[in-house]
Design a protein. Structure first.
Ligand code: NAD
Length: 344
């Protein structure tokens, strides 16, 4: 399966379950981590033809998505004498793809980048959109660039080695897209348990199409792309309050969606029955659905720390029924607090 991402001169394709052979001119550096390289590097090497291959490994974990890893990668690229005709390949989850894309965007002012995401989250979300970057002590993804890959290869078989929680976190992001953009895809989640490669390939393809459509309309996140943050307004506060150490991001987003749905029900945009259906799908994939809020006032204040709360307004993205969305930065504080109290 091939999905074309239409971004004029920056267009590229996402290939799903089509990694038979990649032939590239010049040198290629594969950026990965020890876990993924142990599992899937040989699979890639067998299918990659190029002048010379280099493997650059950085330690596994979000805490290594930083400028010192960038420095270490660039150092190795210069020592290996990669040039503008060379290619960087990301082989890993979202951490590896974000950091590799960023390195590709700055090395000699930009070299070719191919993304091979190996987590469900990176396949359904990070593979399209061109956001690259690293974290620093001021926050996540604050240093980066918009830089499109030349191609993306998503293999459903990579997910056979993914821990169940990581798989669930990817499902949460995929359900997020279904609820806000595609009722049919949502029904697919209700009816399938995603145990087979073909089911997984189906949802990857649908999510890639949704995200591609959104990004084509809004490459630099000025409008509709914000809808992809459904659940995130609440999730960011939960992640902050739990020091990023209790929930995976997708798990926090699942709880955030349940909270956003509660607000949407109060606003009459979503029926209680629809909210329950969404909850049931998230539960089916083992996602957490609740977080005990200690202080409603503190939780509310923390919405303002989000970099997306531009000009002191809190933006909420909610479903309008299943398959559509509405966005508001003008919701009555008391109503939001009623939702928060429901989680005390
Ligand atoms: P991750 O990259 O940390 O991967 C999660 C874990 O799974 C890691 O331990 C990794 O080594 C392991 N792993 C990866 N592939 C595996 C496989 N096939 N089998 C077994 N284990 C495997 O996390 P993630 O959830 O993939 O990505 C999260 C990151 O992505 C965050 O840094 C986030 O900011 C970023 N992100 C970026 C975008 C974007 O548009 N650029 C979108 C969403 C998320």
């Amino acid at each position: 399966m091939k999905i074309d991402i239409d971004l004029k001169e920056k267009s590229y394709s996402v290939f799903i379950d089509e990694l038979a052979k990649i032939s590239l001119p010049g040198k290629v550096a594969i950026i990965t981590n020890p876990k993924v390289s142990g599992l899937w590097l040989s699979y890639l090497l067998e299918r990659l033809e190029c002048e010379q291959k280099f493997i650059i490994t950085i330690p596994d974990g979000e805490e290594y998505k930083n400028l010192s890893s960038v420095e270490q990668i660039l150092e190795q690229l210069f020592s290996s004498k990669l040039d503008r005709k060379s290619t960087l390949i990301a082989l890993g989850g979202g951490v590896i793809s974000d950091i590799t894309g960023f390195c590709a965007s700055i090395y000699e002012r930009g070299i070719n980048f191919i993304n091979i995401p190996t987590t469900l989250l990176a396949q359904v979300d990070a593979s399209v959109g061109g956001k690259t970057g690293v974290n620093n002590r001021f926050g996540k993804n604050l240093i980066g660039s918009f830089y499109q890959p030349r191609a993306v290869y998503c293999e459903s078989k990579f997910l056979s080695t993914l821990p169940a929680r990581e798989f669930g976190a990817g499902v949460a992001e995929a359900v997020k897209m279904a609820v806000t953009f595609d009722k049919e895809l949502f029904e697919y989640f209700c009816e399938h348990d995603l145990k087979s490669d073909s089911e997984v390939a189906h949802i990857i393809a649908k999510c890639v199409e949704i995200k591609a459509g959104v990004v084509a309309r809004d490459e630099r996140e000025n409008g509709v792309r914000a809808v992809l943050n459904y659940g995130h307004t609440f999730a960011h506060v939960i992640e902050n309050l739990t020091n990023y150490s209790v929930y995976l991001h997708g798990e926090a987003v699942a709880i955030g969606m349940v909270m956003a749905n509660d607000l949407a029900v109060r606003l009459g945009k979503l029926s209680a029955n629809e909210a329950e259906k969404i909850r049931a799908v998230l539960a089916k994939f083992g996602l957490p659905l609740s977080y005990k809020i200690q202080s409603v006032d503190k939780f509310y204040e923390m919405f303002y720390l989000d970099k997306k709360s531009a000009s002191g307004k809190i933006k909420f993205i909610m479903p309008k029924g299943i398959g559509d969305f509405f966005v508001s930065d003008d919701i009555d504080e008391n109503l939001v607090k009623s939702t928060l109290r429901a989680f005390q």
